[in-house]
Write a protein that binds this ligand. Structure first.
Ligand SMILES: [Zn+2]
Length: 308
């Protein structure tokens, strides 16, 4: 499981058909061999008559290898799901529905859009352990596109259409760790304190540009660096880089973000940033494999799991 395809060629070789994808799912679910989620029995067999489904030799109940994943009950082939998740997890800028439709040869834009939306849902609630240690905090405004605005900006775009966004980046030995981004109501002390409280561990050190709204944020040590705007990128290099990349990405991939979906886009950006060095984990998270595969604990071994 540890060796994850590092190229498209390797990926195609590893997952050429439905059987290969199903075998991967079975291995993720049962690393030590089949175990029935209903009765805990360790013997079963894969059904020849029902795709990707195992039958327990003890209780006779059937379990699909896709149960609990985003693929369950889908009419799309497993290979399509695998490709979509792989492209989404490994493209450094992500992939839009239209690209996905073309690259996977999907019948309609709507099918591609739904596929993207389902995979993206896994990005919205990522592992949320609060940030710790030294954390850069900064705020910016992101322009958004209204219905009437032309996709590439220009004269039709209103200069008022901007949304305030706050960012927090862990800094470990001068290198960026995990990121958080959130849409905030404004840059008031109340809004920014709420952002700090929701995203930083108690005892963390918040490094800011000295903006007056930050002091007094609960539970964190504040390290203000009062600077002119010219030097802010030197004091807070990582939040500044994140904001620059976020704005470029928003224009490049989505031709400007829609206000309604802003937090979902921010979550997608954060998801990709935080998993930039663990693409296998990103791939599994997108497909819902990690969620479906619960580690066996003592209770599960001695009594049937009622949720299956
Ligand atoms: Zn069973």
């Amino acid at each position: 499981m540890a060796d994850f395809p590092r190229s498209l060629i390797e990926f195609q070789r590893r997952f050429p058909d439905e059987a290969a994808c199903a075998a991967y799912l079975a291995a993720a679910r049962w690393p030590d061999g089949f175990r029935c989620p209903h009765c805990g029995h360790g013997k079963g067999w894969e059904l020849a008559t029902k795709a990707h489904t195992w039958e327990c030799a003890g209780c006779g109940k059937q379990t699909s290898v896709t149960a609990g994943t985003v693929m369950h009950g889908s009419k799309l082939a497993l290979t399509v799901w695998f490709w979509a998740a792989y492209l989404m997890a490994t493209h450094s800028n992500g992939i839009a529905a239209l690209q996905l439709q073309k690259q996977l040869g999907l019948g309609s834009y709507k099918a591609a859009w739904l596929l993207c939306a389902k995979l993206r849902r896994a990005m919205v609630a990522p592992d949320r352990a609060p940030l710790s240690g030294l954390v850069e905090i900064d705020e910016t405004v992101i322009p958004f596109r209204r219905k009437a605005d032309p996709p590439h900006g220009g004269r039709g775009r209103s200069t008022e259409a901007k949304m305030p966004v706050a960012a927090a980046v862990e800094v470990n030995n001068g290198r960026p760790g995990r990121l958080r981004l959130a849409r905030v109501a404004d840059f008031s002390a109340a809004s920014l304190h709420a952002f700090v409280k929701a995203n930083l561990e108690v005892g963390a050190t918040a490094k800011t540009d000295g903006w007056a709204a930050y002091p007094g944020a609960p539970g964190v040590r504040h390290e203000p660096h009062v600077v002119g705007t010219m030097a802010a990128h030197i004091v807070l290099p990582w939040t500044h880089r994140v904001f620059a990349n976020l704005k470029t990405w928003a224009l490049g991939v989505y031709h400007g973000l829609r206000q309604k979906h802003l937090q979902a886009y921010l979550d997608e950006f954060v998801f990709r940033f935080n998993r930039r060095r663990s693409r296998h984990a990103a791939f599994q998270t997108l497909l819902g494999i990690a969620v479906a595969v619960k580690p066996a604990n003592y209770n599960m071994l001695i009594q049937p799991d009622p949720t299956g």
